[in-house]
Design a protein around this ligand. Structure first.
Ligand SMILES: C[S@@+](CC[C@H](N)C(=O)[O-])C[C@H]1O[C@@H](n2cnc3c(N)ncnc32)[C@H](O)[C@@H]1O
Length: 216
């Protein structure tokens, strides 16, 4: 029987601005609850407005651990003005750049989950460079270029503890299905080829891998 969030958490997830469909959210939640049993923090790369963070935060609350979420809050390439995923309401009119931090904070406050999340505002590789703590789960949902997705894998996968989970969003093996490039797919291939991770589940474009050996 899969572990599902309560109706109020699911409603908060569905009401939040973001891109993750419900089926993938439920798979992420199940992975986060399982990983929480390791008693280690759960880390997300790519906060945006907090839609997926709600699920990690609630899973963290259930396990008595903390969810950490990293984002520079200036948006990915495909979210910039002129691109398909741009939302003009995320632009700070004073500086003329995207700033999703205020929307994220409102999302988390409304869901009553602020106490369970540490939000880090910064570039993922820069944060990963000084990160030292083992993690129960790493959820990669940041930039979708090879440069960014590859750096997220290299920066964060080494911190996934033995038995912990690496979750990758937007894995599209068929180029006909992808909207934002196949870099996450290549990260998934790389993780499997490393011999350090094995696949646990696949729900649409969300892949859950478990660390079974060192390296990767
Ligand atoms: C696809 S969105 C995340 C969606 C979110 N997980 C959700 O479910 O709604 C990607 C986010 O990654 C952030 N991002 C992209 N590249 C980044 C980088 N190198 N460092 C930190 N954040 C980055 C963007 O600012 C954007 O908010």
């Amino acid at each position: 029987m899969p572990t599902a969030p309560g109706p109020e958490i699911l409603a908060a997830f569905e009401a939040a601005k973001g891109f993750m469909p419900v089926a993938e959210g439920l798979a992420l939640y199940e992975a986060a609850v399982e990983a929480g049993r390791l008693g280690l923090p759960l880390l997300e790369v790519g906060t945006y407005c907090g839609r997926s963070t709600i699920l990690l935060a609630d899973a963290a609350r259930r396990s008595g651990v903390t969810a950490v979420t990293v984002d520079h809050h200036r948006g990915s390439e495909e979210q910039q003005p002129g691109w398909d995923y741009h939302d003009p309401s995320t632009v700070d009119p004073e500086v003329g750049l995207m700033d999703t931090l205020p929307a994220f904070r409102r999302t988390l406050h409304r869901a009553g989950l602020e106490d369970h999340v540490v939000a880090i505002v910064g570039r993922s590789p820069q944060v990963a460079a000084f990160w030292r703590a083992p993690l129960g789960l790493v959820f990669v949902d940041g930039g979708h270029t090879d440069e960014h997705a590859g750096a997220d894998y290299e920066g964060w996968a080494p911190h996934v503890a033995e038995g912990g989970l690496l979750v990758i969003h937007d894995v599209f093996p068929d180029p006909a299905d992808e909207f934002t490039g196949q870099a996450p797919y290549r990260v998934w291939l790389r993780a499997l080829a490393s011999g350090a991770f094995e696949e646990v589940s696949a729900t649409d474009s969300l892949r859950v891998l478990r660390r079974t050996a060192a390296g990767g």
